[in-house]
Ligand binder design. Structure first.
Ligand SMILES: [Zn+2]
Length: 433
């Protein structure tokens, strides 16, 4: 059936469309796809293999799924996605792709399970508030959040409002610990732990912005309010209609005059209710960042660039052979740091300890470290940090290279060797009986 092959080939091109820099020839892909079919390769596997060749990873769960997926169930790298939702926001944006101007649309879609940000590469003939059924879309990860991509070959069909349950049009409740970049229409109850005010200029007008930290029993997050809700430290707020952006992987609840902010009884969440729990590294990886997080693991590596360093007085970058990447030869400022890899068995993170924490952990001052030769410094590292169990508390930031943990507090945890060996013995005995 030639039409059938066409639709598969179209789907492959659709997925590769905005991602690959290579020029993709439909003829070429069709030829490859047909060759796979001749050899009897299952359709999904054929598509997956061809896409992988162009450097993309996609998991095909079923052929042209006719089943609708709830937004909250969407994960990155799904293809043939069909969803039903209403358009919460939609905005055009001019971008330049390979020297050519293109108009794309971005916004947020919502159903009864949650919201998802979308980017569309074709003109969407629908407005804010419309209910749409979108077939053949695919998902990607963008700054730690799942995003829906609508390519040229996606079908969008407008539906009646009542095809969606009423709850699809209401804000969704979240705990602070559940806030992730990309979710919108959040309802959250939280205590204001810290608030700062600053002035920004937007289109020549001065505007006050309020930002700080909120928390509840499940964790802490940053917030930014673009409207003066007269928020004070210690207030317990019910914020309805916020959305979550992220800065370096740290979730940031953002809201403006369209949101509803109610003050609740301050005792509803007391300061001591606000917890920062020790979280496993794999979870940190899923969250892709956060503030005031506790982790614990073994120091499995000490990265080059640890110890005494010189920094550029202009931009604070660490100098390489007395030179800054940007400012050239400069008179460096003396500093020291530790770049550690900490592993808890479920995953690992890079942690960078500043001068004060380095001094505390190594028990050596900046001038001590400066005067040491390489062997002496390594000896100190072996005695104090390497292969030790370490507790860290601080912020986790992410970029394209992964997560970097910036601790404000670190501690070497003494493991009770006797207790540990007893535990191992108990387990062994358990195995023998
Ligand atoms: Zn510099």
């Amino acid at each position: 059936m030639p039409e059938d092959i066409d639709s598969h080939v179209d789907e492959i091109i659709n997925i590769l469309h905005d991602k690959s820099d290579e020029k993709i020839s439909k003829k070429e892909i069709r030829k490859e796809f047909e060759r796979f079919m001749e050899y009897g390769v299952p359709i999904n596997q054929a598509k997956q293999t061809i896409i992988k060749k162009y450097g993309e990873n996609v998991v095909f769960t079923s052929d042209y799924s006719s089943e609708r997926t709830l937004i909250s169930k969407l994960k990155p790298n799904q293809s043939s996605v069909k969803i039903l939702g209403h358009i919460l926001t939609i905005n055009p944006k001019e971008i330049t792709v390979k020297g050519e101007n293109r108009k794309i649309f971005y916004g947020i879609l919502e159903d009864e399970s949650g919201t998802i940000p979308f980017t569309s590469w074709s003109d969407i003939d629908a407005d804010k508030g419309d209910v749409v059924e979108i077939s053949n879309a695919y998902t990607r990860e963008w700054q730690g959040a799942t995003q829906l991509n609508i390519g040229d070959r996606v079908q969008i069909e407008k539906k009646e409002k009542d095809t969606l349950p009423k709850s699809a049009f209401e804000p969704k409740k979240y705990n602070v610990g559940e806030l992730r970049s990309g979710i919108g229409r959040v309802e959250v109850n939280a205590k204001v732990i810290e608030i700062n005010e600053r002035e920004v200029e937007i289109d020549g007008n001065k505007k006050k912005v309020f930002s700080g930290i909120i928390g509840d029993e499940t964790g802490k997050a940053q917030f930014t309010s673009w409207h003066d809700f007269k928020i004070k430290e210690d207030d317990v707020l019910k914020i309805t209609g916020g959305y979550v952006k992220s800065w370096k992987g740290i979730p940031q609840l953002t809201f403006n005059e369209n949101a509803k902010v109610e003050k609740l009884d301050k005792k509803k969440i007391s300061k001591k209710d606000i917890k920062t729990n020790l979280i496993p590294m794999f979870e940190l990886d899923e969250k892709s960042g956060g503030i005031d997080i506790k982790i614990q693991g073994t120091v499995i590596d000490i990265r080059p660039g640890s110890g005494f360093v010189l920094r550029c007085p202009e931009c604070n970058r660490v100098l390489q052979n007395g030179e800054c990447n940007i400012h050239g030869k400069v008179d460096g400022k003396e500093d020291m740091r530790l770049k550690l890899v900490v592993d808890d068995g479920t995953g690992a993170v890079n942690a960078i300890l500043d001068k004060d924490l380095t001094k505390e952990i190594l028990g050596k001052s900046l001038s001590d470290i400066k005067d040491m030769n390489e062997e002496e410094f390594e000896e100190v590292l072996r005695e104090t940090v390497f292969a030790k169990e370490m507790f860290l508390r601080g912020n986790a930031l992410s970029d394209q290279f992964g997560i970097t943990f910036i601790p404000k507090e670190t501690k070497i945890v003494e493991i009770d060797v006797k207790k540990e060996s007893e535990k191992i013995l108990e387990n062994l005995e358990g195995l023998q009986t």
